[in-house]
Design a protein around this ligand. Sequence first.
Ligand SMILES: [Fe+2]
Length: 586
Amino acid sequence: MNMEEYKDLIQVPLGRVHADKVINNARIINTYTGKVQSGLKVAIKGSRIAYVGTSDSMVGEETEVIDATGMFLAPGYIDPHGHTDFGANPITLVNEILPRGTTAIMTDTKSLTAALGVTGIQALLDMTEQLPLKFFYAVTAANPIFPHLEGEESLSMEEYTRFINHPRVLAVGELVSWVRAIDLDETVLSKLNLARRLNKRIEGHGAGCSPETLNALINVGITSCHESITPEEIQHRINLGIHAMLRHGSIRSDLEALSRVITMDPELDTRWMMLTPDCFSPGDILTHGYMVFLVEEAIRCGVPPVKAIQMATINPAQYLGIDRVVGGIGPSRYADILFLEHPSLPAPVKVMVNGEIVAENGKLIQHSQLNCPRFHPGNWRSGRVPSFKAAVTEHFLVKAVAADGEYEQVPVIKIVNRTITKLDYVKLPVKSGELIINDEDILKISMLHINRDRFATAFMKGYGASIGGLATSTAHDHHTPFVIGNNEDDMALAFNRMMEIGGGLVLVDGGQIKGECPMVIGGIMSNRDMGSLNRELKVIEQYLMERGCKSGPLITLDFLAHTGVPFIRITPSGLYDVRSKEILFS
Ligand SMILES: [Fe+2]
C-alpha cells in the first residue's frame, strides 16, 4: 500500500474520503467472534476494506453500492499448507480455484527448489507476484532427507538466508527430515534457528512421532503439524501448543476421523485447528475446487459451519501471522470476500478479490494468461541430469552373483498402498549372467545414480501393472529421474523420451509410447492449463489401471523415492531401508 492509499484508508471511515464500493444488506460471518452479524455495511477503498459499521457517511456519488440482500459474506479461504510447487502451475491453479473461493495459499517450495535450486523459488515468486490469488511461501531447511545418498543440499545457508528474509516467505517448509534436526545436524539447526529469530513458522511433519519425539521437535521449533491421522493426535498437538492441521486431499483424506475431535467435544477451542489438502492432484482440483471442498466436508462431518469457515480463514491467517491483511472482514484487510447463500453452503456465488468481483457462479470473469517460464534439463540441478547422452538397454541389466540356471534371492520394494512400502524378497533366475524377471508382478526400478553416469537398479513388486517402461522426473522428494518396467528397451526409450520432452512422465509398452505428460518447468511442473494437464495424466493412469494398478498409480509412483515415509525406497545410491538406514541393493 502506498502512502496515498494508506491515507485514503484512514479517511474513509471518518467520511472525509468516499469509498469506492459499499456492500449493503449482507450478513457478515464474523470469523473473529464466530458469530453472524446483520445490519452492517462494508466499505471498500482500493483493494482494502476501509470500514465495517452502520454509517453511510462514506457513500458518495461515485461510490458503487452493491446490494447483497440474502447473502452472507465470508472472507476468502486460505490454505495454510499447500504443495503447489509441482504439477499444475500457479497460473492455471488460480484460474481453477479462485472462482471457488480460495484466495490465499501458503505453499512449500521444496520440490521446485530440489528441481531447480534458487531459480525454482525465484520463478515461483515472479510467476505469482501479480496474480489475484495471494501466494505466500515456505522455504526448505533440509532437503534431501539423506544428502549423502540422495544428492547435495537444495539450498546453501546463504541461499536459504536470502529467501527466508523475503516478505512473502512466511515459514520453513515441512520438516520431513526431522531426524536430521533431532540428531543435531548443525546445518539444519542453524537454518531453523534463523527462522525462529525471524519469527517465521516452521512446518512440522510428525507422522507417527512418539510423544517424546514430538516434544523434541517442538523444541526444535516446529509450530504446526499436518500429519495427524487420528483425533487423539490432533488433540495431543494442541495440548502441546502447536497448531494442528486437519488434512483432506489427494494423498490422504482423513477429515471423517479427524473432525471427531471437534464433534465429540463441542466445548473444544478450535482456534488452533486448520484445514489443508496438503496436496491436490489436478483431477481432484477440477472435481472438488480446493479449500471449499474441505469446508464442505468438515460441515458434512458435523463441524458447525462457522467453525469450519474459521478453520479455513482466520485460523490459518493467525497461524501464519497475516491476519492483519486476510482471514476476516474487518478494516485494513484486503477486500477478499465471498458471497455465500448460507454459512452451510461454502461454495461462493460471487468472489471479490482486492475489491473487485472476479468470479460469479464458479466462473472467473477474467482468466489470468498462461505465460510460464520453461526450465528444460539444461537448467535442472546437476544431480538430476545424466552425464551420458542417452540411456541404453545395457543400463538396466542387473549382474547376477549366482551362475546361469540358478536362482538368486534379492530384496525388493513391496508396495503396500499409495505411500507405504515394505521389505520383501523374491527369487530371480540367472541367465547370461543377468537377473531375469520371471513374474508379471515384478518390475525393475532404475534411478539415475548419484554419480550420474549409470542407474541404480533394483526390483519392486505389487505395483499391479506389468508394463515395459514408465519414466518420471516428478517423484518426491529430490525429483531424481527414474524408470520402472520389465523391458529394458522400453525403459531406455521411456527415459530418453522423458528427457527429450523436458521432463515429466512417459509410458512405453511394447516398444510404443502409450502416453506422455511434459513438465517443462524443471521436469516437475506443467506449463499447460489444468484441463490439458489432467487429460495427459489420465491417459497414463487409465492405461496403468486397465493393466492392473489398483488406485492412484501415479501417486504411488511419486512416492517410490520418498525416503520420508516408511519403509523401502529407491535412492540414487540404491534400494534403501529408511528404518535401518541401510542400502539393501545397488
Ligand atoms: Fe505437506
